[in-house]
Structure formats: structure tokens, C-alpha cells
Design a protein around this ligand. Structure first.
Ligand code: COA
Length: 383
């Protein structure tokens, strides 16, 4: 048996949901290039595509969209749980706790057995989780700062409503469109760590709310989704483009990673980073008339990293530019990873549903490297 660290390159499933060509820098959802989806689709439509495999008709879209809107409000008891968390709780930890608690409000019993009733539960809980995720993150942003959360609105799209709930202002159409594109780009990405977590937990037939809570925990780490917050902290530490080279060289000399760089699958620039950079270039100049210092610093970091790490196939990943954009939209850095989680709930639910169709519990094996034939010695005789 050959052990492969991090299961690199080991297929863990068959899936029809998304595809990556790491050499060409290509990502497709159900065969559609994400560039086209980011430019022409919406998060709601892309979610339907991921969940059911094809672009919806207008009637299918309206039904799903209305269901998402109807599920935006959360129960009072859920809000009570949030109120009892310390205000210092990171939004990702809040999300993990509260999404896990949804299992008590939406218990599952026999959803695996098939039949209309059980399929209804799968569909209802899918909508509930995807809709609630955005509400919870937006609510907590106010609650952790000592304010009352803002009620969701039914007349806004998913991205617009999230912007409205966080800022309390009428959502700006341009920013909402950009956020929508960010949600599309983060919605799915084959078998990454958090999606694999979804499938492992899902394969035990755990409640779907517990499944998504485990995925949120997995995403929170800085080697995965948590990197976008780390990127902005790093760029702020660098301060200006002139300091970039010395900072990067120093980190590499000390064997520290550069946040937002590198990817297990891509050996070229992550296509999502390219799209985000293009979208942000256009909009930031239009909105502010200039590129921010953070953005210019990021471009310099990218240039230096290409020179120093390009030969290893290490280029910017999606997290490199998303944080900069979210900062420009006025989001606190603590919200960056939760926004990723909100978007990725679509992909997680799609994989959970796919896993259920042909479920086998995940139970890999190991290569034992410990000692053999140990002899038990009573405690008084041990030295
Ligand atoms: C994403 C990541 C965990 C992938 O890890 P991986 O597939 O195991 O890649 P490896 O660690 O084997 O990297 C291969 C080489 O590139 C280097 N490398 C990879 N990412 C790097 C980074 N961000 N900064 C500096 N060096 C990096 C490794 O040190 C290694 O060098 P070596 O061959 O001389 O030992 C890794 O690139 C990383 O830690 N990136 C920063 C965190 C991040 O942005 N995560 C978000 C991912 S979307």
C-alpha cells in the first residue's frame, strides 16, 4: 500500500458537478465555463444549476427564488442562541455553531429512504440552509457590534439582500452585481477539503445541518477559506507596493507561506482570481476613480511571487483578490471567509445530494507505523 500525503491526486469520488483543468486554468460547473456564469448568471440560477444539473426554466427559477426568499427570516429561538454567544466570537465560529443548531429545528429521520416526503425534506433543507447562511452572517455582523440585526427583505436578490442586511443601506447595483459574481465564483470547486468533509460527514447519514456545520469548520482554516482574511492582513502589514519585495523575500527565507498563493489543483493562475481581478479593476476605477493602495500592493506582490514562486507552479488563487474586493465593498475582514461559506453552501448541498444518490460510508485505510506486540506492565512497575 502506498500512502499519499493529503490524498493528492487520489480520486475520492465520481462527480458530475464541476471540473478543473489545473494546467489550462479552467473551471466549469456542469459543463459551463465559470467566466460565462460570472458574467451572465446569478447566484440563485447558478445554485439551481449546481443542484439539479441544468439551467432552470423561468418557472423553475421563480419557484426556487421565492422559496429562498421565504426562508430568509430565522426563528426567534435561533436568534436567542446567537445572543448568548460572546461578542468576540468569530463569524465563522458563530456560523458553525448556529448551523449545527439548525438540526434541532429541522430534524432528519429517514430522508435516505426515498419517496416524495423524503425528497421534499431534502429539497426544503437545501433551501433553508442556503438561505439562512446569508441571514446568519449578516445578523451576526450587527449583533457582535452591539446592534439589533436588520430584517431581511423579500424584494431583493440574494446578493442585494445580503448587502442590505450588512450595511443597512439601499444596495448599490454595481456592488451587488460584483458580489453576485463573487458568490458564483465561490459556489463550487470539486473535491476540496470542505467539500470532502461534507461528503465524509454526509456519508454517515448525519443530519444535513451537522454536515454543513462540519464543512464550515473545514473551510475556516487559513490553508483553505480562511486565507482571504489572512491576505488582507498581510497586505496591510506590507503597507505599500515598495515594501512588497522585501516582505515576500523575508517570508520565503523563513519558510512561511504567502497567503492567497498556490493551489493543489492549479499550476497556473486560478481562473477565479483572473476573473475577480478583471471585475475589480473595472469597478474600482469606476467607483473610486483610482485603484486603492491595497490593490496596487496586491499587484506588486503578485509580480514578485510570479518571479520567485512561478517555477513551482505557485500563482494567485481565488482568495488573493476576493478580500480586496470585499474590503472595498465595506465589509469587515472577519466577514470574508463567512461570505465564502455562504456561497459554497450551494456546492456543499449539491455534493451532499449527489453523495446520497449512491451512498457508501467513507472509511479509508491507513499504513500503520507504530510498534507491535507491546506487553502491558502494571503502573507500579513502570519506570
Ligand atoms: C493551497 C496550499 C495549501 C496547497 O498546498 P499543496 O498542494 O500541498 O502544495 P505544496 O505545499 O506541496 O506546494 C508545492 C511547493 O510550492 C510551495 N508553495 C505552495 N504554496 C505556497 C505559498 N503560498 N507560499 C510559498 N510557497 C508555496 C511549497 O512550499 C512547495 O515548495 P517545495 O516544493 O520547495 O517544498 C498551499 O499552496 C498554501 O498553503 N497556500 C497558502 C494558503 C492559501 O492561500 N490557501 C487558499 C487555497 S484556495
Amino acid at each position: 500500500m502506498q500512502y499519499i500525503p493529503g490524498l493528492a491526486g487520489v480520486p475520492a469520488t465520481e462527480s458530475e458537478i464541476s471540473f478543473i483543468d489545473g494546467q489550462k486554468g479552467l473551471l466549469t460547473y456542469r459543463g459551463y465555463n465559470i467566466m460565462e456564469l460570472a458574467e451572465r448568471s446569478s447566484f440563485e440560477e447558478t445554485t439551481l444549476l449546481l443542484l439539479f444539473g441544468s439551467l432552470p426554466t423561468q418557472a423553475e427559477f421563480d419557484e426556487f427564488d421565492n422559496a429562498l426568499k421565504d426562508s430568509r427570516r430565522v426563528k426567534f429561538n435561533i436568534r436567542n442562541i446567537m445572543e448568548n454567544l460572546p461578542s468576540t466570537t468569530h463569524p465563522m465560529h458563530m456560523l458553525q455553531v448556529v448551523v449545527a443548531s439548525l438540526a434541532s429545528f429541522y430534524p432528519s429521520t429517514e430522508y435516505m429512504k426515498g419517496g416524495t416526503e423524503n425528497q421534499q425534506y431534502v429539497n426544503d433543507v437545501t433551501v433553508k440552509i442556503i438561505s439562512h447562511m446569508a441571514t446568519l452572517v449578516a445578523m451576526w455582523e450587527h449583533m457582535r457590534n452591539g446592534y439589533k440585526p436588520i430584517d431581511p427583505r423579500q424584494d431583493l436578490s440574494y446578493a442585494e439582500n445580503f448587502l442590505y442586511m450588512v450595511t443597512g443601506k439601499e444596495p448599490d447595483k454595481d456592488w451587488a452585481r460584483l458580489l453576485d459574481a463573487c458568490l458564483i465564483l465561490h459556489a463550487e470547486h470539486t473535491i476540496n477539503a470542505s467539500t470532502f468533509t461534507t461528503m465524509v460527514t454526509g456519508s454517515t447519514l448525519a443530519n444535513p445541518c451537522s454536515v454543513i456545520a462540519s464543512a464550515i469548520a473545514s473551510l475556516s482554516g487559513p490553508l483553505h477559506g480562511g486565507a482571504n482574511q489572512k491576505v488582507i492582513e498581510m497586505l496591510e502589514e506590507i503597507e505599500s507596493p515598495e515594501n512588497a519585495r522585501a516582505y515576500i523575500e523575508d517570508r520565503l527565507k523563513n519558510n512561511k507561506v504567502i497567503w492567497g498563493m498556490g493551489h493543489r489543483e492549479y499550476k497556473t493562475k486560478d481562473p477565479r482570481a483572473t476573473i475577480l481581478q478583471k471585475l475589480s479593476d473595472n469597478l474600482l476605477e469606476k467607483k473610486t476613480g483610482r485603484l486603492s493602495k491595497t490593490f496596487k500592493t496586491a499587484m506588486e506582490v503578485e509580480k514578485v511571487c510570479e518571479e520567485l514562486l512561478g517555477h513551482k507552479g505557485v500563482y494567485p488563487n481565488v482568495d488573493f483578490y476576493s478580500g480586496i474586493l470585499y474590503k472595498e465593498m465595506g465589509f469587515d475582514a472577519g466577514l470574508f471567509t463567512p461570505i465564502f461559506a455562504v456561497a459554497r453552501s450551494a456546492g456543499w448541498m449539491a455534493h451532499w445530494r449527489e453523495q446520497l444518490q449512491n451512498n457508501k460510508i467513507f472509511r479509508p485505510t491507513q499504513v500503520y507505523t507504530g510498534v507491535g506486540n507491546s506487553c502491558y506492565i502494571p503502573i507500579e512497575k513502570r519506570s
